[in-house]
Design a protein around this ligand. Structure first.
Ligand SMILES: [Zn+2]
Length: 161
């Protein structure tokens, strides 16, 4: 079962439920509480933010359980894990409707999301070359914000001889 565009929490829960069953893993209420919380978070989050949110709702979940569940969800592609620079790992729920890529601005720690489809031909070439099947992709670009003065200088026309 795959998640469709605009999936609801029920769809999300059903997929997780099915996976746990297939893998013969316990369908604990803790795992489902974590899943619901993740579903409700907009954008990126780290394990600590998830832990705080659950605690504020009086759910007693250990950090260990959170990390284990995040790993589990990541391995089933229900969430995506990102490493931006030296920052702690950030997660987000999988977004079937708007798969996106990221630019991490190192000096301001901003994260910009952008949409760009990797050309089919490139995927096909890589699949053939390495004899693999590519399921999804996540592109992260790293950069630094230019300061305004530098920007003005570099935008003066350069004349070539
Ligand atoms: Zn993102």
């Amino acid at each position: 079962m795959e998640l469709n565009d605009n999936y609801t929490f029920d769809d999300y829960r059903e997929v997780f439920h099915k996976i746990l069953e297939e893998k013969k893993l316990n369908k604990t209420s803790e795992r489902f509480n974590i899943l619901r919380e993740i579903f409700e978070i907009e954008g990126h989050f780290d394990a600590d933010k998830l832990f705080q949110r659950l605690r504020s709702k009086k759910y007693t979940v250990s950090k260990t359980t959170i990390y284990k569940t995040l790993d589990l969800l990541e391995s089933f592609q229900l969430i995506v894990k990102h490493h931006f620079g030296d920052k702690v790992a950030l997660y987000e729920k999988c977004n079937t409707q708007h798969p996106h890529n990221h630019i991490f601005i190192e000096n301001t720690e901003e994260i910009i999301e952008f949409h760009y489809d990797i050309p089919e031909q490139l995927i096909k070439t890589l699949e053939d070359k390495y004899k693999i099947s590519i399921s999804h992709h996540s592109l992260t670009l790293f950069g630094k914000k230019k300061n305004e003065n530098q920007h003005k200088l570099s935008s003066t026309p350069i004349t070539h001889e």
